[in-house]
Design a protein around this ligand. Structure first.
Ligand code: 5GP
Ligand code: MN
Length: 337
């Protein structure tokens, strides 16, 4: 880490044109780490643009620097032009170029120096020139903090940067409750609070910021849409386009719903199935040793972490439910372990 961090410190010691990008459907860690890095690099004199493949939940858009973020979808020409001028591209919170979706070709074609900072398992080592990868880290935001520390730059962490990092760590640890949370995580968080991160306010801005429609959608999911397989400790919730429309769906509204299925006593495997036009998105969550990243990868063209993964299919919602049910049956032994 130190040698590579020193290397990076040298590279960013002169003003550069920099692009920061992150995975499609950016979550709190993706946006938190990207905007933390954005603010750090801006403050030391770089020209920086954050380009996301697409849009993200509105509960993230209060973060400092958010107003400058460019979404590739809908701003293709601008994004391609900016990327063509980049000396450095930072890639945060993903391990395979395909996670950039429509923006991936532009990034892979670019001759810029590429730096990957990520906490997913088995990153594609060909996607960047310099790789900071640690799958034991709870979040890309924590890994970025470690990197800033290794570069001897913690003095550059101001309140804005601290709050962005806080968001990344908080959201990717389920508010410091997942297994990935360590004493180190709490130490980093303590440092961020000392740098000015308004911890209580941030929880409020992220979690207590729902529309009434979203809360009603949540109630509907639990009341009407929860399929339980108690003999296999599993649960499924599914939503069609029509149901989403009924609750005036906005980006981010389904985030967190799956955790309520996992909050039921005994449930160790939960799947949220959401129709999005022609595709169906899956969110897979587990407790303990049941590795949902293997399931996401093997059956749903996706991946992620041991206990939190995602994927997609081109099947209908009902076909997807059937497929997940057959997977639950197939893995009944592991689920009853
Ligand atoms: P979510 O269920 O919140 O969409 O995603 C949970 C985690 O799964 C993400 O943090 C990410 O690591 C991973 N993930 C989600 N969708 C995909 C996907 O399509 N491909 C891969 N490789 N990982 C995904
Ligand atoms: Mn992450």
């Amino acid at each position: 880490m130190f040698k590579k961090a020193n290397n990076l410190k040298k590279i960013i010691s002169q003003p550069k044109n920099i692009v920061i990008t992150t995975h499609r459907g950016p979550d709190g860690d993706a946006m938190g780490s990207s905007l933390a890095l954005y603010n750090l690099l801006i403050n030391i004199g770089h020209k920086v643009n954050v380009i996301t493949p697409n849009d993200y939940a509105s509960f993230l858009n209060w973060m400092p620097g958010n107003d400058t973020v460019i979404e590739y979808d809908g701003n293709e020409e601008k994004s391609i032009l900016i990327t063509s001028k980049a000396d450095i591209i930072f890639m945060l919170d993903f391990n395979s170029i395909t996670r950039l979706d429509n923006f991936s070709q532009t990034v892979s074609d670019s001759k810029a120096f590429k730096v990957l900072i990520d906490h997913h398992q088995d990153p594609d080592m060909k996607i960047a020139d310099l790789i900071f990868s640690d799958s034991t880290s709870c979040s890309t935001a924590q890994l970025l903090y470690e990197l800033i520390e290794a570069m001897n730059m913690t003095n550059d962490i101001n309140m804005d940067i601290a709050e962005c990092l806080y968001v990344g760590i908080m959201t990717d640890t389920g508010s410091f409750k997942y297994n990935s949370t360590t004493s180190r995580t709490h130490n980093v968080i303590a440092n961020l609070i000392d740098k000015g991160a308004r911890n209580s306010k941030i929880h409020d801005l992220i979690y207590d910021n729902s529309s009434a429609d979203r809360m009603k959608l949540l109630g509907y999911c639990i009341n009407d849409k929860l399929l339980l397989y108690p003999e296999n400790n599993a649960a499924i919730i599914s939503l069609t386009d029509e149901e989403l429309n009924r609750f005036n769906f906005k980006k981010g509204d389904t985030e967190g719903i799956i955790n309520y299925a996992l909050a039921i006593k005994g449930i160790i495997f939960a799947v949220l199935i959401v129709q999005r036009g022609d595709i169906v998105k899956l969110s897979l969550r587990s407790k303990g040793n049941f590795k949902v990243n293997l399931i996401a990868n093997k059956y749903f063209n996706g991946g992620g972490h041991t206990n939190a993964s995602g994927g997609m299919t081109y099947m209908t919602v009902n076909e997807t439910i059937k497929k997940v049910e057959s997977i639950i049956n197939k893995y009944k032994k592991e689920l009853n372990n």
